[in-house]
Design a protein around this ligand. Sequence first.
Ligand code: ARG
Length: 390
Amino acid sequence: MAKKIVLAYSGGLDTSVAIKWLMERGYEVVCYMGDVGQGTDIERSRKRALRIGAKKCIVGDLKEKFIKDYAFRALKAGALYQGKYNLATALSRPIIAEAMVDVAKKEKAAAIAHGCTGKGNDQVRFEVTFHLKAPKLKVIAPVREWELTTRESEIDYAKKHGIPIEQTKKKLYSIDRNLWGISVEGGDLEDPWVEPPKDTYISSARIEDAPRKAEYVTVTFKKGVPVAINEKKYAPVQLVRKLNKMGGVHGVGRVDMVEDRLVGIKSREIYEAPASTILYAGHAAIEELVLDRETRRHKKLLSERYAELVYYGLWFVPLKEAIDAFMDSTQTDVSGEVKLKLYKGNVTVCGRKSPKSRYKLELATYGKGDVFDQSLAKGFIDLWALPFKR
Ligand code: ARG
């Protein structure tokens, strides 16, 4: 009997060719597609997998779990890799990999595979999760191993084996999309001097084309998690979809950066994440109001560390889980409303309130009703300077 292998399938060229390539090596291929809101025609891809020769193609709806347990965790942590990237792709890998391991166990598969190259971060994220969740499974990375080193040779291979594909030999971007954001790389973008051509961005308007009129939006947070837009409640997935639309219209959430990959390469990346850009701004505004100074300060240190762990594929490691516990304990008071203005690519916080606010007008005011005892300041400053005096 042929050995079974579970392959992470996207419907694209690499993983379509991978089905055949694995079959040629004696495997019975079970494809797995994790739906994290990539917005492609999943049913069409599923049929394509079967047509190529996969024994099965299983689709898992991971959207809600992805937003609730992955994206919103990163939001609570305020995690941005190198200060800019919201980790949309990075967050999607552990959830897909874990779901694949469950399928592999159910199917009694001997091996597990993904379509990542040997140059990126995604291979690390998939494989670390495989190793931690199913240490005995053999891992195969066809794209890293095969002799089809160029796009042209892959297309030729596909033609030779009657694999239905939509790609042409034109050099294209590599795009990874989910509900939390879009990552685009390659093609003309490989030159960091080149301004992203018009077609690079998918979900957001060009700043030049965005409306000349600002739009206000109010977001309600409960314990660090967004629950309503303009006073109307939304489930997590719908809330993110709605904000992606609203932000997209105003060209919000575009990032153009050069980042440091885990494997040592610098790469130029274009990201698009309207909803998360709005939510990060709103979330931070409520934290400013409710968190004490020292917690804010310490949380910031851990935010950076958290982003690195996620980027490095270390989602299921003890430190990441310990930081989650810390983050959760900082979020108990992060409830309230924030008013934001969307305009020409910008999100501007213009108001915030919270029942748990630490802002005390009677202390802050320079007007009437001031209760701050200014006579205490002198003694405080004397002692503050004391350790540094000679
Ligand atoms: N550089 C980003 C990351 O490592 C995005 C990777 C996008 N992957 C892709 N196939 N385009 O998270």
